[in-house]
Write a protein that binds this ligand. Sequence first.
Ligand code: AMP
Length: 280
Amino acid sequence: MKIIKSLKSMRALAQQWRREAQKIVLVPTMGGLHEGHLSLIRRGRKAGDKLVVSIFVNPTQFGPREDYSRYPRTFTADKQKCREGGADVIFCPTAEAIYPDKFDTWVSPDVTGSILEGAARPTHFRGVCTIVLKLFNIVLPHTAVFGQKDYQQCLVVKRMVDDLNLPVRIIVSPIIRAADGLALSSRNAYLSPARRRTAGVIYRALCEAKKAIKDGKTQPALLTREVRKTIEGESEFQVEYVEFADPQTLKKQKTVQPPTVVLVAVRLGGIRFIDNLLIK
Ligand code: AMP
């Protein structure tokens, strides 16, 4: 497995692979790798001939008061996971190389990027789309793998691929959860053991909402209230939003009916956690 920092070397290798008719797969990550990332890497391994895992904590998708400087950086352990998952290359550029001083061009999604996560984090998806497009242009993948854990991100990226006619196939890989249901996330490392023990309530509340919908409840206000009550009643997490939305457009459903996706963002000690459940 090669470790490549230089943008030029990465692109030269990708061009060589393309000349050899090798199918390139990219799994973009910010490191702090866990089993969720590993599932994407394994999925990526099967989707082509050459697998690149990028590890880049992208400063432009963090807001000014967010956790960029203390985001988990665990490169030694990450290398091991990438090797385990069968990566050919870890691409880990510096922030200075990706965003030189003169940098001045952004990709900014409009409607899909301004609701839900985009409303809470106004420049987030601009940062995401810009880095994803840059990675596509450097790594030249035929296929890229993203996690359903970041449901809105998947839609935003797919929208960008369609809108900008990018020749990249997007694979969405399922959410990997801990035994108590908590979606694995690099940010779970911030939780104290006591708080971590209560965090399974987030997924439990989503499952209860699914059951309520299957039982015929359709009123978003009522369903939302129940999710909030469960999470806030049984943990210190504060619910920022709960929304029942159309899985394709993320438009709020006035009457909740499958297919629907329930999306939730909670907060604790200045850190946000997101989760979702697709109800077919
Ligand atoms: P991140 O490093 O948090 O930017 O995540 C990199 C990729 O891994 C994104 O496509 C995420 O959606 C995906 N991912 C993160 N956590 C999980 C999880 N628990 N299950 C599946 N995919 C995940």
